[in-house]
Design a protein. Structure first.
Lengths: 269, 648
């Protein structure tokens, strides 16, 4: 019934009349953000892109555009953060990587382009992956059950019993190794990509401390825009690992997560 | 040998073993010596500390020196358990008071330990100034220890040695007080005493702080030693750390637990916990410095009178609990001089060394050169910043990153490294801007500016604009087929893409794993189903088939045996039965029911092959002997071929 409703040309036209203003509104916001960007109003452009993202969600182009605006506005940390988000959404996009490396270079940071295998691992669509896993496991299940009822199935389907049994055996012998391989790749990939990463957004630099307290000794600084891995949380402090196994505690407000909200779900003590 | 004798013999063996193995392992006695300060005014006190490690001694006397009077002597024994081994040190402190100005030398002498070791004390020099002159060190001169108080040791003048000789607690007979009422030493900051309880004995618990110096500058890191003493009989678990009183000083957080050791003071055993840290003062002036520790100690032990083991299992320690204050000192904090303060001074105070390097020595224009700076030594490393580079149009500089590696517990000795990226803006042999680092040396009381020589960098290529592209060119980069090779930002995308409200990857959702877990369970459930099904419907024919196979094997063995013996009757009986078993299994019939006629009805071709065998068998069975002399070996081969053919 729902399908027939949408298939009816007149009703579809009526529905599009209702949706059109919203689509138009979104596009006009994008146009306004791009217009502000082209006029050199980078702060305003960044703000408009942020509003679009807040309303419609994250996408690689939106994060990329926002990062461009932040870069032009001189907000190095925010620019690199949004380039990282764009790269997270589109790991193989060479434009994003180019702008990200340029921003890092301008911030005096070392390049961090992905290698081909990193791109491959980060490009995995986990829903498709789940579908493949589900199909394999279902086939194995059907083959197992089918083995038990092979004679009845053969009689019902007129397929020779021996052929039917061979089919079930082939499914089992191929499906089980494939499933094991998929599971191994999945766990390895998740282990590799499941790090909680953040970008330093504190102006110029963030202070790394020995322990998670304001009075703790400083053990170094990390420049704005640097990508770090978050390991632990204690109140308003996060224990991070920067380059060269450089560990320390940093104030949460000096860091923004690449995956928004991931600090909230991160490990804490 | 009777059991008790056997036990005694075993104990003797163990004792002998330890006696013989322990003796060669005894560490050799070592000696440390210190005179502090090495320069004083007439009438000021000098402390000579001689510590003997791994050696026992009853008494020690300094050789007499004309013009130096021994005002007090004190010894203490320190027993430490460290890494599973026991070490013992005996420390002697001599308070010397010079009676005239001049240069003195305490002559060398030897110390003989009870273990037979001979230790050589080297000569120690002392420079005594006339009254009114200022010693070059910034250590506060300590007053004379009254000779009437033989246990008196001036705590403030004890040398600061985190790992060194025993620091005696302060002594002050006048400040005798029980732990509960506070055992603070006197508050003059000049002389301390071992706190005493009401009974006149040494206090059961007390706290001693020993800063490296009591003269300091604002922001200077002053190493501080904290010793917490508690008598063994009242020792209880503590759940707090010493804290500084007031807000005049900032103290580094403790990074390690206190070092525990056993100490004997006036024949009383104490457990001592020692921390090494550092303090700094945020403002100038004279400020009292003291600490306290929230302390538990055993007030009494009660036991249940009904306990048949005399309280062995029902003892209960009654704890007392109070903050125990330390001795109080007065710190003289000076403001940093404004005169001669370098422009790039960032508050670093100490004795520091600076080095710098630039890598690589040759780059293309626009490529970064990394400057590596290292600042090491003793000081307040929180205030050590990256060496400054003057503005130079030939170089674009970036915010440096830094890393501090502390080298001691007080975190006043460290190496702080900086990495700073600079990018050349022109080509050729471009000299790096002259870097410099400034700090204040509290010893010389002067600012020091260290120039850092950096090598010239060879820059090749022609200049290109970095990120100078005009935005909003209107080109949609998604249509570009090749990667951009410019040094400009790729312009904006003009589409929204496929937005999603959350960036959280699906594998961080619990349902993702729940679905997979459920799917993995499916084949397992299927396998379980198959297993249970096979168990619930046993195959009755399987047992029968197994029996038939077994019988057939037996008949084949009987055939072979008959051939060996030349017994035609046994052979043909066994051969026919073997064929019947084989065909019975194949056709699911009883073997006995398989006559030649039955076989002919099912497989005439096979019946034709088997007819000689069955005929011969009937003949032999009925006659009791073979008609002709059959070649049993040939018959056996034929029968076996037939059986294998049927099996195949």
């Amino acid at each position: 019934m729902t399908m027939t409703f949408f298939l009816h040309p007149l009703r579809l036209f009526t529905l599009s009349l209702f949706l059109f203003p919203f689509l138009l509104h979104a596009d006009s916001e994008l146009d306004a953000a791009n217009r502000a960007y082209s006029y050199g109003s980078y702060d305003e452009s960044a703000q408009l892109f942020q509003q679009i993202i807040a309303a419609r969600g994250y996408s690689a182009p939106l994060c990329f555009d926002l990062a461009n605006a932040e870069a032009r506005a001189g907000h190095t940390g925010a620019a690199i953060l949004n380039y990282e988000r764009a790269r997270y959404l589109a790991p193989a996009d060479r434009d994003i990587d180019h702008n990200l490396q340029l921003a890092r270079k301008q911030a005096g940071l070392e390049p961090n382009s992905y290698r081909w295998w990193q791109i491959a691992l980060r490009s995995i669509n986990w829903m498709v992956w789940l579908g493949i896993m589900a199909a394999c496991l279902l086939l194995i299940f059907l083959a197992v059950i089918g083995t038990a009822y092979a004679p009845a199935l053969a009689a019902a389907s007129k397929i020779p019993l021996r052929l039917l049994k061979n089919i079930f055996r082939a499914v089992l012998f191929a499906g089980i190794p494939v499933c094991l391989l998929l599971g191994y790749v999945e766990l390895s990939t998740v282990g590799f990509t499941n790090r909680i990463e953040g970008v330093i957004v504190a102006p110029k630099e963030a202070t790394l401390r020995l322990s998670p307290f304001d009075s703790a000794d400083s053990i170094g600084t990390i420049p704005e825009g640097e990508l770090v891995t978050v390991e632990q949380r204690h109140n308003d402090y996060l224990r991070i690992e920067a380059r060269d196994h450089h560990f320390g505690w940093i104030r949460e407000k000096d860091l923004e997560p690449v995956i928004a909200g991931s600090f909230d779900a991160g490990p804490s003590n | 040998m009777k059991p008790p004798l056997r036990l005694a013999a075993a104990a003797l063996c163990v004792a002998l073993f330890f006696a013989f193995t322990a003796t060669p392992c005894r560490a050799l006695a070592t000696l440390t010596q210190l005179i502090d300060p090495a320069e004083v005014n007439v009438g000021d006190q000098v402390i000579v500390t001689i510590t003997v490690q791994n050696g026992s001694m009853d008494n020690l006397r300094l050789p007499p020196v004309d013009g130096l009077q021994v005002a007090g002597t004190r010894s203490a024994t320190n027993i430490t358990f460290s890494n599973g081994s026991l070490s013992r040190s005996t420390s002697f402190n001599f308070a010397l008071v010079p009676s005239r100005a001049g240069d003195f030398t305490l002559p060398a002498f030897e110390i003989h330990t009870q273990e037979g070791d001979v230790l050589h004390v080297k000569p120690m020099k002392l420079h005594v100034l006339g009254t009114g002159a200022t010693p070059s060190t910034n250590t506060v001169p300590a007053p004379v220890v009254p000779s009437s108080a033989p246990t008196s040791i001036p705590a403030t003048n004890l040398p600061f040695n985190p790992n060194g000789p025993v620091v005696m607690p302060p002594t002050n007979a006048a400040a005798a007080a029980p732990p509960a009422s506070g055992n603070a030493a006197d508050t003059t900051g000049s002389n301390f005493s071992l706190p005493r309880d009401k009974d006149g004995g040494p206090a059961r618990v007390f706290l001693v702080i020993t800063p490296q110096t009591t003269d300091a500058y604002v922001g200077q890191s002053i190493p501080l030693r904290i010793d917490f003493y508690i008598r063994m009989e009242v020792n209880a678990d503590q759940n707090s750390l010493p804290t500084i009183k007031g807000s005049d000083f900032l103290m580094n957080n403790f990074t390690t637990r206190g070092h525990a050791s056993l100490v004997v003071l006036e024949d009383q055993q104490y457990e001592r916990e020692t921390w090494i840290t550092a303090i700094s003062a945020p403002k100038s002036g004279d400020f009292p410095l003291s600490m306290e520790r929230d302390t538990y100690w055993i007030k009494s032990i009660s036991s249940n009178s009904l306990d048949p083991f005399g309280g062995l299992f029902s003892r209960h320690a009654n704890l007392a609990h109070l903050p125990i204050p330390s001795n109080q000192l007065v710190m003289h904090v000076h403001a940093l001089p404004t005169e001669g303060k370098p422009a790039n001074f960032t508050g670093a105070i100490g004795q520091l060394k600076v080095t710098g390097d630039a890598q690589p020595g040759s780059v293309a224009i626009g490529e970064p050169v990394t400057l590596y700076f290292s600042v090491s030594g003793e000081g307040n490393f929180d205030y050590v910043r990256c060496p400054t580079l003057p503005d130079d149009p030939a170089w674009k500089t970036y915010v440096p990153s830094s890393k501090t590696t502390y080298q001691d517990e007080s975190r006043t000795h460290a190496v702080k490294t900086f990495e700073q990226a600079v990018i050349p803006q022109k080509n050729g042999n471009v000299p790096l801007p002259p870097a410099s680092f400034s700090y204040f040396d509290p010893t010389t009381k002067q600012y020091v500016t260290v120039p850092i020589a950096l090598s010239e960098i060879t820059v090749t290529g022609s200049p290109t604009a970095l990120a100078a592209a005009a935005p909003g060119g209107g080109a949609d980069s998604t249509t570009a087929s090749a990667a951009p090779k410019t040094t400009e930002l790729v312009p904006n995308r003009l589409e929204i893409g496929a937005p999603r409200m959350s960036l959280t990857p699906v594998y961080r959702q619990s349902w993702f794993w729940a679905v997979q877990g459920g799917l993995i369970c499916l084949p397992l459930l299927g396998a379980l189903f198959l297993f249970l099904r096979s168990r619930s419907t046993p195959d009755d024919g399987r047992v029968e088939r197994a029996l038939r196979r077994h019988s057939q094997q037996q008949e084949e063995d009987a055939m072979a045996e008959a051939v060996r013996r030349g017994d035609a009757l046994a052979f043909f009986v066994a051969a026919r039965h073997a064929v019947q078993l084989q065909l019975g299994t194949q056709w699911n019939l009883k073997p006995e029911a398989l006559t030649l006629g039955e076989i002919r009805g099912r497989d005439p071709h096979l019946a034709e092959s088997l007819e000689p065998l069955f005929t011969q068998a009937d003949e032999v069975i009925y006659s009791g002997q073979a008609g002709s002399n059959p070649d049993l070996a040939q018959w056996e081969r034929n029968v076996r071929d037939l059986l294998h053919l049927q099996t195949a």
